[in-house]
Design a binder for this molecule. Structure first.
Ligand SMILES: Cc1cc2nc3c(=O)[nH]c(=O)nc-3n(C[C@H](O)[C@H](O)[C@H](O)COP(=O)(O)O)c2cc1C
Length: 196
């Protein structure tokens, strides 16, 4: 498999920024489907695929989200064309007969085991949420991920009768570069990696 061209690496990583302001351009629902059709192929443990997504798009749904947000995240979230609630499903293991048919015992690795459920759901939904950001960038969208919200309020407002639980939120749309904060440095290879 050849390496991606520099232009693609710039779009996904080196030039891509976290966005806080949005151009006045809607995100079509077809694009949200296109996005999920990429995200779903990223790997997860035993193909558990615990990520669940609510695309908060309508004004009513945005108003439901508003009281859940930290003050600094309110304006940019209300202005974003779409806010994704990146969640996990605490009953993800019920899908394993479909998702992992090569081992029909896989459901029992999790069912009734709260620690194993949480560890896998959090780990793999976080991975899938990372795939989500990169897939969005690959489709020409911009992202503004956010941990500043009240999880209990989001779960109560959006998942009152389900086993879905919020991991983090991510605004998506077409970013206005004027709202981007100055780029912060990253750790160098020698600070963050070891080759043993
Ligand atoms: C999981 C997660 C949670 C974040 N939470 C917030 C937040 O609540 N509010 C905010 O303004 N930015 C938030 N950020 C944005 C980060 O500060 C930003 O992505 C980081 O500084 C890198 O910025 P850059 O992509 O422009 O280099 C969050 C990012 C991630 C990935």
């Amino acid at each position: 498999m050849p390496a991606l061209p520099d232009s693609a690496l710039r779009q996904l990583f080196t030039d891509a920024r976290t966005h806080n302001a949005w151009r006045n351009q809607a995100v079509d629902e077809a694009v949200l489907h296109e996005l999920y059709e990429l995200v779903k192929w990223g790997p997860t443990a035993a193909n558990t695929c615990p990520l669940r997504i609510v695309f908060v798009k309508s004004p009513d749904a945005k108003e439901k989200l508003r009281p859940c947000l930290s003050p600094g995240n309110v304006d940019k979230t209300m202005a974003a064309p779409v806010t994704a609630i990146l969640a996990w499903d605490n009953t993800f293991y019920d899908q394993l007969p479909k998702l992992f048919p090569n081992n029909l015992d896989a459901r029992n690795w999790y069912a009734g085991k709260d620690k194993a459920i949480y560890e896998n759901a959090f780990r793999c939904s976080s991975l899938q949420a990372g795939y989500f950001i990169l897939a969005a960038r690959a489709l020409g969208l911009d992202c503004g991920p956010m941990g500043g919200f009240n999880a209990d309020k989001v779960n109560a407002a959006f998942f009152p009768d389900s086993a879905w639980r919020v991991n983090f939120l991510c605004n998506i749309g077409y970013g206005d570069p004027s709202g981007v904060f100055p780029r912060n440095p990253r750790l160098e290879f020698a600070e963050a990696c070891r080759v043993d």
